[in-house]
Ligand binder design. Structure first.
Ligand SMILES: Nc1nc2c(c(=O)[nH]1)N[C@H]1C(S)=C(S)[C@@H](COP(=O)(O)O)O[C@H]1N2
Ligand SMILES: [Mo]
Length: 230
């Protein structure tokens, strides 16, 4: 296929996806809606600084299941499959050839710390979805880490423009302890929804709980609703 045809297909798919999920995305609970639960001196257009029950930290704690997998870039693969028209397995070079996005966002851990204004670079989940083209039946993704972690995200959250598969933070390669070479980030959900060392994104036609969700954590995980446990 011609490169320009391919790009056209991706752009078209992306626009279609956006249109399909726009209404759902616009009605999810978030800091920008009319009743966020938060605290702190309001800034950012009068919105609370952090979600309810969160404390701002300058440090960046490390949370994992006790292993930090080591994945050389030559071995790294990202599988995107399930309810999609065009499943792919991307190499590092293929991943880095995709459109790259810079974004500044906040990181809210359910254990009550929030780290603000983090500068990330990576590939939007939206752009990856445009590449594989979720079927009409797709409603959720289940993300897998190289450490066998799993976590579920509804598509109306996963397709928000600040959801990245990030490889760079503050201008430097994402450190291994924070999920390098690549992790997902979900700035509008608690941070456990972002798999570190991400290895696979499975599109699903139903909701399937991940590691913490099976252990009583919320399936939806909205920080601005104090939505920690189910
Ligand atoms: N693969 C994987 N991803 C993961 C985790 C994990 O244990 N394994 N922990 C989650 C939790 S609970 C949080 S709060 C964040 C922590 O990211 P950090 O260690 O970079 O602060 O990663 C999330 N993603
Ligand atoms: Mo967490």
């Amino acid at each position: 296929m011609e490169e320009s045809d391919k790009l056209k297909r991706v752009v078209e798919a992306r626009m279609k996806l956006k249109a399909r999920f726009e209404e759902k995305i616009n009605t999810t609970p978030s800091v920008a809606d009319n009743k966020p639960l938060g605290s702190g001196r309001p800034n950012r257009h009068g919105m609370p600084v952090v979600p309810i029950g969160q404390i701002v930290t300058q440090k960046w704690p490390v949370l994992d299941l006790g292993t930090q997998p080591n994945i050389p870039l030559s071995d790294w693969r990202l599988v995107i499959d399930g309810e999609v028209e065009h499943p792919v397995t991307l190499t590092w070079e293929e991943f880095m050839d995709l459109p790259q996005t810079d974004d500044t966002s906040d990181f809210h851990c359910v254990t009550t710390w929030s780290k603000l204004d983090m500068n990330w670079r990576g590939v939007r989940l939206l752009d990856l979805a445009a590449l594989v083209q979720p079927k009409e039946t797709a409603t959720h993704i289940l993300c897998y880490g190289y450490d066998d972690y799993t976590t579920n995200v509804a598509l109306e959250e996963a397709l928000k423009p600040d959801v990245l598969l990030a490889h760079t933070v503050e201008g430097k390669p994402l450190p291994k302890e924070h999920g390098g070479p690549v992790r997902m980030i979900t700035p509008q959900l608690y941070a456990w929804k972002g798999s570190k060392w991400i290895s696979r994104i499975e599109f699903l036609s139903h909701n399937q709980l991940g590691f913490w969700e099976e252990r009583g954590y919320s399936s939806t995980a909205y920080p601005w609703r104090n939505d920690r446990y189910s």
